[in-house]
Design a protein around this ligand. Sequence first.
Ligand SMILES: [Zn+2]
Ligand SMILES: [Zn+2]
Length: 386
Amino acid sequence: MADQVQLQADLLNDLVALRRDIHANPELGFCEQRTAGRIADELRALGIEVHEGIGTTGVVGVLKGRREGSRTLGLRADMDALPIQEMTNLPWASKTPGSFHGCGHDGHVAMLLGAARVLAADPDFAGTLHLIFQPAEEGLGGARVMIEEGLFDRFPCDRVYALHNWPGLPAGTISTRPGAIMGAADKFRITLTGKGGHAAIPQDSPDAILAAASLVQQLNTIVSRAVPPYASAVLSITQIHGGHAHNVIPAEVMVAGTVRTFDPAVQDRIEDRMRAMLEGIATSFEVECALDYDRYYPATINDAQAAADVLEVAATVGTAELAPEPAPTSEDFSFMLQQRPGAYIWLGQSTHEHTAPLHNPQYDFNDAVLENGVRLHVALARHWLK
Ligand SMILES: [Zn+2]
Ligand SMILES: [Zn+2]
């Protein structure tokens, strides 16, 4: 079986060294010049056609199969680090203060380059594989920018997959699910504006603080009263700012927070209810209400057939597991899944030594799962481009 590829020790050693080099030299979103340069060099050395500068620092490698075929596949790895101070004291720890591969994107790059090496050495497939190295996953929407710059027009993909290491699963377990796998992330910022005035003369000044207090109460009823019990959502108010003196009714109060959902209909419902509540607050408290509601990452929705294919292929590589529920975190691969059918996949990485969660200063990517990741990428390519 071509997909039960045995990886040579020297390839794995090279990937560990590459992963640790990228780890020691992390770069934040849209600033991945060194990382992208290393990726482009590696791909060129394999004889793979390389396109750079897509979405600022994005890189796409184009690898054609030995056999004729019209199918196309995109495999995506994200490249960016996080603005976190690493606290691991590992020999390959970040050399850049305040910047750290705390989400394991260094490992994702290494796994996809490893797959490129295996497939370039033996392109026994039909059609075209696009190796997509994406910038700025962490909150900046690098996937959306690559798409806006013509990613799928220039590099057609009739299916796309992305892999993320997952500390919540044992090392080597591969998991995905049909439908929603990660949440949509929205943020909102509400400005309540009164007039400002003397605290002893309330009759002359609408009270933006009292309006904000009522608003916080009302917003916290949306999930319990306006979202069906079989659906799920989170609304958290995380900021409230206003006032500066004990004897002044402030002219303005700001209330901000986040909404997480798994279904666009629920997302619409929450924003609609929020707008209606603000109209009520404006009338009852005589304040002006301005809402800035930003849907920055949509829900990550897997295609059912793509997810089923992943679980079938994953069983030839490791332990395949249907994920029972989505995760409330979000992911900008969602933008790619809005354009093309595909699936987002979790690769377990936890052991006794590797217990820290993602985005934690102690997080340590488990190099032992590089092999699973490479083999899964290779198997997915050979399966779709068979
Ligand atoms: Zn992350
Ligand atoms: Zn990540």
